[in-house]
Design a protein around this ligand. Sequence first.
Ligand code: ADP
Ligand code: MG
Length: 674
Amino acid sequence: MNLQTPIREASRSYKMYASRLENLEIYKIEDFLFHVPFRYDDYSLVSKIGVVQAGEKVTVRGEVLDIKNEYTRNRKRIQKAKIGDDTGEINAIWFNQPFILNTIKKGDEVSLSGKADFFGNKLTLISPDYEIVFQNKTIHTGRLVPVYPETRGVSSKWLRRQVYKILEEKKGQFEEFLPEEIRKRENLMDLEEAIDKIHFPDSIEQAENARRRLSFDELFLLQLTTLKKRREWEETGPGNKFEAEKHRTAMENFIKSLPFELTNAQKKAIKEIFGDMSCGKAMNRLLEGEVGSGKTVVAAAAIYLTYLNGYQSAFMAPTEILAQQHYKTLSKLLSPLGLKIGLVTSSTRSSENGKWNTDLLIGTHAIISPKIKFKNLGLVVIDEQQRFGVEQRSAIRNKGKNPHLLSMTATPIPRTVALTVYGDLDLTLLDEMPVGRKKVKTWLVPPQKRDGAYGWIEKEIKLNNSQAFIICPFIEESENMTTVKAATKEFERLKEIFGSLNLGLLHGKMKKDEKEKILKDFEDKKVDILVATPVVEVGIDFPNATIIMIEASERFGLAQLHQLRGRVGRGEKQSYCLLFTEAKNEKTIRRLKSMETIFIGAELAELDLKLRGPGEITGTNQHGRYSLKIADFSDISLIEKARNEAKDMFENLDKYPILNEKIEAESSKHISPD
Ligand code: ADP
Ligand code: MG
């Protein structure tokens, strides 16, 4: 068994745990070591039994003088033990954990950590953590004890044991890959020490130093990997050199024909994109902008330039609803200019699949199908790119000869972070909202005001002739029958409540025609309230909708709530976002309340990172490269250090074979842009 051995092949007992461990992103033995604690229980106060006082959180060590199961009067089982050392005796008690008697026997030397208190009238350790002392060492008690993100059937205690075992076994086998000069300059711990001490630190400060070293590694390697990707992209050969200047007038006329004035950020983005497309290399640009910042029209300009140069464009969106909406928006903008536009989704009939002979083909991932061929694909636009996998993104590009690539995202991340995570791409931030947008007034509504809120929504819709979204609870990561059932039930309930209004239901499992119809009805204002599963999260644009009400809002990340909130506030009218939660936890309430005062996606994203506890459901839109295991995106200063070191190192990589190897390995795994 070495560090690279996959869990499934490691041993029979590991094999049983394999799928559970995958929930924790532990796939091979090494991953245990990088599954780091999110906190430490401080059981470092080790006390002689004779001096333990009530109220103390302590660890005692001694011999088990007695241990037994007892039934209480209401037939619950409790376990009682008596422990002694040379200074005295103390009791310990557990509730309904009979299996403890299999582990701890009379005569064992044990270590117990927990709170001491009076039980009956005897000083007792209440439900302490316990372990048999082995070779005079303890891992679950008597020290700073690591607590890990857990999953069903995988406890911190179990993880701790595995980590300890692996560390013992692999001592001396961790190869230092960071050059000494960097370690010195950045004041970083040795690798092996860091891996050891992040799990079993002697002090909190030491744990923090260990974490800092491992975070640095993660960011540093990430940055080197993206730099490598960038170089590879640059070496893919020449791209299509488009004429931009020649079509200046046509482009100006297009922009003048828009129903609004472009923001400065949009103008700048278009300029940068045209610069890329006309320089002879294939563009690889990420357009990042808040929901509603107007990315679509920027893409439209790029598509139009592609058309004017005699090439085709492909536009890929993550959901069918969104693809349809883009089809409509872009048709409105570009058809009058002569472009032929087609739509492919998994539910477009096969007879329609001949439509690729268009100037612009819009679709879901169905557009990747081998049946769909392009004559001369010159531009690929990927909307909400974080929703696509690496393979999908490169498959669409491979339909042309080194076409230009414009990726778009609304995932709000701070600029420094973006530069690290997307270091291989050129980055354009649309950091300006179209004028006249009003802030979406946001309230966290307490449960007792629910009925009042319903009444208010009804009045508001009637008074302002506007419309609302009600977002059903987020039940599962992906849309499945449980979600659909819950949404349908909620829909029926809401129909009763809003008797005088028209309600429509939208969920991911509906047929294409049904979805289309309901969206059309919503657009035509035949439907006043659209009850939806969180599928509406991405991109939908209905300027007349002014209210969004979100159920079980604690189940979303703040950035995700912000995305949802972005479904309203798209027109002139004042818009509102009502957040509901049954959660009572003060921290959760505070987290949600920040939605009332913060309206900048990147800020909410940062806050999310700081507040988010482990195990909390944060939704589906943060996978892929926007996830770090150890480092924290809010640690801007460490990110900057790692970036600078990586930039210097990149030119001299040949001199560092171990590091080079590490990066090779790194680039072939998870974080992998195309
Ligand atoms: P996103 O960046 O979230 O994809 P969209 O491209 O869907 O945003 O644009 C959101 C809305 O803003 C659309 O209704 C669009 O027509 C409108 N819009 C885009 N640019 C401007 C602008 N410069 N001024 C006013 N409205 C704009
Ligand atoms: Mg969009």
